[in-house]
Design a binder for this molecule. Structure first.
Ligand code: IVH
Length: 676
């Protein structure tokens, strides 16, 4: 065999193997090999086909995204119309349908053993797939049922649409019909990405599936997570199919087409109702949206006898679930304040029954979402609750906006504590600035205040803080310093011993340092390092609170954002009141005079490395001191290092500094240097 002949054989066997894995994965939902192996096979095939381009056929698994973008959609006339379904909204309507079936077929009402093929009714886009000699020849949307659009280039990109049927025995021309849909998780991931990159989002998975299938460029469709379930047949020529709906779908599955794993054959109305109830219960956890179930008379002979009226068959009916989208009126928008001060708009609605529950409040994420959706008070809005997904406002019905309806405005003051609300430029979230004072933020603020790197009050955990806040014994951090042993020992799970330990821990925390205190205030963006830098530069709380924007920004690591956070924090009188009461409660720390801004300080131009454990201060504090005096601190020792500050247990950095003959300062020498 020549090398070329061997390659052709290999190409064929790789294609078969890949198709087999496709079938296992998409149709049987039982993959046999990991994704990486599948990818490897596909890559091997791609490489071989690149070497022997004359072997490439349109049904090769490598050719899914092969088509060039089309210029415009062409229409397709359906040889057999694609029908729609009548709906039943209640069990009684279903019984009426069943009675009509029985009477048309001349079956006795007592003897209602009619078999129905039941399956979920997916919320997607109906498509027709035409296979000629087992190869996908054309895919078309349903359109109005008589003419649809040719979407072959896009359908080919859907992995669960086989390009070639597996096995044998299929009719020469076979038209398969089904629903292309977007699974819910794929829909949410797609929207999240679209939102981030500022692209258009879809209001629901159905629209997403329709929009994705209506792309001119198949490369775009290929990136959308689409899937298909087939549910019926159209043209059958040059061959035959089984004589029951359920057996037809079994056969299609054998040929590699995907049908719903939840389809069942049920008997009579009772069987239908039990199925309806079962699928209804599982609706929230199904990975895709459904709007009902469909029952089809299983016998195709009976189907032929029943025929159809206008555009719907007499042998099938859709039994609908409560809608997942409804309209209602938006009465007001309130703002809730979260634990970190973020304001979240909440829409108050005229109660509406949607997705199986009554909804009267819907959270909107932030003010941007309000603006994007152009929500006004009094608007008629579309509310959606699919599965167990949190309800949301999909859109407003612009044509129903009452005259003079006002847009929603961000409040200027916090609805909880009346502190100022700020929203930094370019940020979606608006926040209450009363971090220390606001009841909504108290637990979070107190937790941070007592944390190890802040005031370091041991034994004051979240549960205890929550109790103290709930009992209103503690409203602000200053109240911690008035807690008594007696009060504490009355709290849940507090013994006398732990109460007295806690009181001494609080007592000890009364004497602290300015960096710790600044960090404990929980000013946004002011972490430990920035707190230490600010303390080093300004020396006292007073100097810091009075600092101008320019002065703040002349501090290392402080840019316009941090400066504005500091400003708005100290500008809020509620926060200043809390600080005053902390000082009144006896909180103290050493202060010093403000130091020169970095560049012209006395350590100007000098580069330091800090290593080991210092006893008088943390490494961050030491770094801040150096920076405040104009020096630079880097992470590793090199020939450019001027001083190594070496605390206890200094290791390799000390060795390296010695080797490079760099000045080494122990803690005492360092303290002497900075205090000089
Ligand atoms: S049967 C005559 N089965 O519902 C057969 N339709 O309202 C007509 N649909 O256009 C279709 N899931 O897009 C059938 N399991 C299912 C379905 C289903 C969704 C859609 C389909 C059809 C529409 C009719």
């Amino acid at each position: 065999m020549s090398a070329a002949a061997r390659a052709v054989k290999k190409i064929e066997s790789l294609r078969d193997e890949i198709r087999h894995h496709n079938y296992l994965y998409h149709v049987l939902d039982a993959p046999e090999v990991p994704d990486a192996e599948y990818d490897r096979l596909l890559r091997e095939l791609r490489d071989l086909e690149a070497e022997y381009p004359e072997t490439v056929t349109p049904d090769s698994p490598t050719q899914r995204v092969g088509d060039a973008p089309i210029g415009a959609f062409t229409t397709v006339e359906h040889e057999l119309p694609m029908l729609s379904l009548d709906n039943a909204f209640t069990a009684d309507e279903l019984r009426d349908f069943h009675r009509r079936v029985l009477s048309r077929l001349g079956v006795d009402e007592e003897d209602d053993g009619i078999a129905y093929a039941a399956e979920p009714k997916l919320d997607g886009v109906a498509v027709s797939l035409l296979y000629v000699a087992g190869r996908l020849e054309r895919a078309a949307t349903r359109g109005d049922g008589r003419t649809g659009e040719d979407v072959t280039h896009n359908a080919r990109t859907i992995d669960s649409v086989p390009l070639k049927l597996r096995g044998s025995g299929f009719p020469e021309r076979l038209e398969v019909r089904g629903e292309v849909y977007m699974p819910r998780d794929g829909f949410e991931a797609y929207n999240a990405r679209a939102l981030e990159s500022g692209e258009k989002t879809f209001v629901n998975p159905r629209n997403a599936a329709a929009g994705s299938l209506r792309q001119l460029d198949p490369r775009l469709t290929a990136q959308r997570p689409l899937d298909i379930y087939v549910y019926s047949i159209g043209i059958v020529e040059g061959g035959s199919l089984p004589d029951r709906q359920s057996a037809v779908l079994d056969q299609l599955t054998e040929w590699g087409l995907r049908s719903s794993p939840d389809r069942r054959v049920v008997e009579g109305v009772d069987g239908c109702l039990a199925y309806y109830e079962d699928i209804g219960k599982r609706r929230p956890e199904l990975p895709y949206d459904i709007d009902g179930v469909v029952y089809k008379v299983d016998s195709l002979a009976d189907q032929r006898e029943l025929g159809f009226v206008s555009r719907a068959p007499r042998w099938a009916i859709a039994h609908k679930f409560p809608a997942q989208e409804e309209m209602t009126r938006l009465l007001a928008v309130d703002f809730q304040v979260g634990r970190t001060g973020a304001l979240t708009p909440v829409a108050r609605l005229e109660p509406v029954f949607v997705g199986g529950v009554t909804i009267s409040n819907v959270t909107l994420h932030n003010i941007d979402e309000l603006n994007r959706k152009d929500i006004h008070i009094g608007d008629t809005v579309i509310v959606r609750r699919a599965g167990d997904v949190i309800p949301q406002i999909v859109s407003v019905v612009a044509s129903r906006r009452p005259k003079g309806a006002a847009p929603v405005e961000l409040p200027e003051r916090c609805p909880v504590c009346d502190s100022a609300v700020v929203r930094e430029e370019g940020e979606a979230v608006a926040r209450c600035t009363g971090g220390l004072y606001c009841a909504a933020q108290q637990i979070e603020a107190l937790k941070h205040f007592v944390s190890r790197r802040a005031l370091d009050i041991d034994g004051l955990g979240e549960k205890l803080i929550a109790q103290l806040v709930a009992s209103e014994r503690v409203r602000s951090p200053a109240d911690l310093f008035t807690l008594t042993k007696e009060e504490l020992s009355e709290m849940d799970r507090m013994g006398e011993k732990s109460a007295s330990n806690l009181v001494s821990a609080i007592e000890k925390a009364r004497t602290t340092s300015l960096p710790r205190f600044l960090y404990a205030l929980g000013i946004r963006e002011v972490g430990e390092t920035t707190a230490a830098t600010l303390a080093g530069r300004f020396g006292s709380l007073k100097a810091l609170t009075e600092a101008s924007d320019e002065e703040l920004q002349s501090t290392d690591d402080v840019g316009p954002v941090v400066a504005s956070r500091i400003h708005s924090f100290f500008a809020e009188s509620h926060n200043r009141d809390v600080i005053d009461s902390l000082i009144e409660a006896g909180l103290t720390w050493p202060e010093h005079e403000p130091r020169q801004p970095a560049e012209d300080g006395k350590l100007g131009g000098k580069t330091f490395v800090i290593t080991g454990t210092l006893s008088e201060m943390t490494r961050d504090e030491a770094k801040a001191e150096i920076q405040a005096l104009g020096g630079k601190v880097t992470g590793s020792v090199s020939s450019k290092t001027d001083f190594l500050v070496a605390g206890e247990k200094a290791g390799s950095k000390l060795a390296k500094a010695n080797k490079l003959d760099i000045d080494v300062l122990d803690e005492q020498a360092f303290l002497a240097l900075i205090s000089r």
